[in-house]
Ligand binder design. Structure first.
Ligand SMILES: CC(C)(COP(=O)(O)OP(=O)(O)OC[C@H]1O[C@@H](n2cnc3c(N)ncnc32)[C@H](O)[C@@H]1OP(=O)(O)O)[C@@H](O)C(=O)NCCC(=O)NCCS
Length: 181
């Protein structure tokens, strides 16, 4: 399976250093990064891209740029990380430029990344972790067929508050919006 996947709204293709600038713009927007792990919140685009490409070379994940179909600009990233080959599972993470929220782009980008995970990485299970205040992200995951499996109590610090994190899981065969996986 090619590492470029096309949906009806967006396509995802392998992330490159040339995408750093577009991602920097998103990482500078505090509302976009509010629910992301501190490490990502404090990175510039170039640092982020260098780190995830290094992880990719070491075989622990795959990172994609999200590109609006028909236009050639990068509006976000989606990646499969912490890949355990032994247990055929990985975690999905996504973020988009704020101006593109609410148009279905996030749902489609995560769907394509999961499809890549199940088909090319032969995953059995994809996990997502969501800060409990992040209703948009949880809604997106449920729409894709993810189920909430548990709560990590007071796991993340959002502003000054320790906040619960919900663990969502999706098993092979559960991805919605596709005829087959
Ligand atoms: C989370 C994120 C990727 C979602 O992408 P998106 O393109 O805005 O999501 P979609 O447009 O595909 O929406 C998916 C569903 O969630 C719902 N939704 C979106 N934002 C919502 C919100 N703030 N509250 C409640 N529901 C929301 C939508 O209504 C949609 O359901 P519907 O189609 O039935 O109406 C995007 O908002 C984002 O980048 N947020 C900042 C980074 C982040 O929090 N990443 C997730 C870390 S786990």
């Amino acid at each position: 399976m090619s590492a470029t996947l096309r949906g009806t709204l967006v396509e995802i293709r392998p992330l490159t250093l040339a995408d750093s600038h577009a991602l920097s713009e998103i990482l500078r927007d505090r509302r976009s990064t509010r629910f992301l792990p501190p490490r990502v919140r404090h990175e510039a685009g170039l640092q982020f891209v260098r780190r995830v490409l290094k992880e990719q070379r070491s075989g622990t994940g795959f990172s994609f740029a999200i590109v609006v179909k028909g236009e050639n600009h990068v509006v976000g990233q989606v990646r499969l990380m912490d890949w355990s080959r032994a247990e055929s599972r990985a975690e999905v993470g996504v973020w988009l430029k704020r101006k593109y929220w609410g148009k279905g782009f996030g749902t489609e980008a995560v769907r394509l990344a999961c499809l890549f995970g199940f088909r090319s990485m032969r995953l059995h299970r994809v996990v997502a972790k969501v800060v409990s205040d992040n209703g948009g992200s949880a809604a997106m995951l449920r729409k894709l067929g993810f189920r909430q499996e548990g709560t990590l109590r007071r796991e993340a610090r959002v502003g000054r508050t320790w906040t619960d994190v919900w663990v969502y899981g999706l098993l092979r065969g559960e991805l919605r919006g596709l005829r087959t996986v």
